[in-house]
Design a protein around this ligand. Structure first.
Ligand SMILES: *Cc1c(COP(=O)(O)O)cnc(C)c1O
Length: 403
């Protein structure tokens, strides 16, 4: 079905996802690992719809989760517990307890304090916790400005020396089994060098742990593979995998990677309907029915998304801001973007919206969250219905009568 017809059938604002694109991205990456033991764990936070997770699970993917809610989503969608990883810098006791009870593959531990909590909780439950430590390889940002999480100055991970000491601590603990090692140096990485550098640093820690009889089974290189939103050069799946493999020569490990954006970003589009054109002074605005509560990336990160007025690709274009109805000046989907003159009812596609799109949406301004639709083998099907106002106030209603 054409996008115009999808917009009519399901109404807008609407997210549409090309499940065939998701499959192609997954398969391209998975194939590069060939005979090596590998687990591609889909980063659930990039697109958490149950049907999306289920789709990746059906291809053989695992799930990288950053809250117990995401772990529960992964299980609900049919991911095998032994393919689920639980990461994140601030896990609560209840989350650790639940993760241990569910028997997931391992918990990615991000601090000494957290490791001690995991040990304590595992001992209370009388289980052995499979853990992996997230190490922070501290790559110099001056040479690699794209890195945003792999530096000592940010909140993620454990520095190399501390990590080594903590692995020894794990080895001596009855309730901790240090099965893995993990790093994740940032998102939207478009340069291979920092990944290789980080991987080499972490691999050398694995070698030195081997000498201490600590055998790491899972080498988790995180996510972060970048995609093209505009004309960015990106890392090919082949170069990425080869780059990592080079650094772990001689190590008998299962490689784990946790792509999110790479799998989903360019498989999604956000469809929104034009309400009005408006010119104030010199400035042109196209006012649409989608807003920052639906797609936050432009407002939050000043992120660029390509804009297409469907059916008007060949018309003359002038610059305009594409803005939504939310009462915030920061509510925009694009700024000063070239766009054809629009009429009421035109459909605009906001490209590359499959990752960090719907998942960051909110009910701000009492706007129901958009519907989500899957496209697969030429068919379309609803995978999340549009929220009604009753959905929005469901948890408040019962308190109206108790004054
Ligand atoms: C966010 C995140 C990912 C996924 O990042 P992408 O840039 O979407 O690939 C993977 N692992 C961890 C630990 C994360 O926090």
């Amino acid at each position: 079905m054409k996008r115009i017809d999808l917009a009519k059938k399901y109404n807008t604002p609407l997210y549409i996802y090309d499940f065939d694109h998701f499959s192609n991205q997954y398969n391209a990456l998975k194939q590069e690992f060939k005979a090596r033991k590998s687990l591609v764990a889909f980063a659930v936070k990039s697109n958490s719809n149950l049907s999306v997770i289920k789709h990746f699970a059906s291809l053989g993917a695992g799930a990288d989760c950053v809250s117990i809610g995401e772990v529960q989503r992964a299980l609900k969608a049919g991911v095998h517990p032994y393919k689920i990883i639980f990461s994140g810098v601030g896990k609560k006791d209840e989350e650790i307890t639940k993760a241990l009870q569910l028997g997931i593959l391992f918990i990615n531990v991000e601090s000494e304090g957290e490791l001690k909590r995991v040990e304590l909780i595992a001992s209370q439950l009388e289980v052995v916790a499979r853990v992996s430590l997230r190490v922070n390889p501290n790559i110099d940002p001056k040479t690699h400005p794209y890195i945003s999480t792999g530096l000592n100055e940010n909140k993620f991970g454990i520095d190399i020396d501390t990590a080594k000491r903590l692995y020894i601590f794990c080895k001596n603990s009855e309730h901790l089994d240090p099965v893995g090692i993990h790093f994740h140096i940032g998102s939207q990485l478009t340069d291979l060098e920092p990944i290789k550098e980080a991987s080499a640093i972490v691999a050398s820690l694995v070698r030195s742990l081997e000498k201490l009889d600590i055998e790491i089974k899972f080498f988790d290189v995180g996510g972060g593979l970048g995609v093209a939103y505009e004309d960015e050069k990106t890392i090919s799946a082949y170069d990425y995998v080869q780059g990592v493999l080079e650094t772990i020569k001689g190590l008998d490990v299962t490689i784990v990677c946790e792509p999110g954006r790479y799998l989903t970003a360019n498989g999604g589009e956000f469809l929104t309907t034009v309400l009005y054109e408006k010119i104030t002074g010199e400035k042109r605005f196209v006012i649409v029915d989608g807003a920052m509560n639906d797609l936050l990336r432009p407002s939050l990160y000043n992120a660029y998304h390509e804009i297409e007025v469907i059916g008007k690709e060949k018309r003359e274009e002038t610059l305009a801001d594409i803005v939504g109805p939310v009462c915030e000046s920061g509510d925009f989907l694009a700024k000063a973007t070239p766009i054809a003159l629009c009429e009421h009812g035109d459909i605009i596609a906001v490209k590359s919206s499959g990752a960090y799109g719907f998942v960051m949406s909110s009910n701000y301004n009492t706007r129901g969250k958009a519907a989500e639709v899957a496209l697969e083998n030429g068919n379309d099907r609803l995978i999340r219905r549009r929220e009604s106002v009753e959905d929005i106030w469901r948890l408040e209603e019962e308190f109206l009568d108790d004054k």
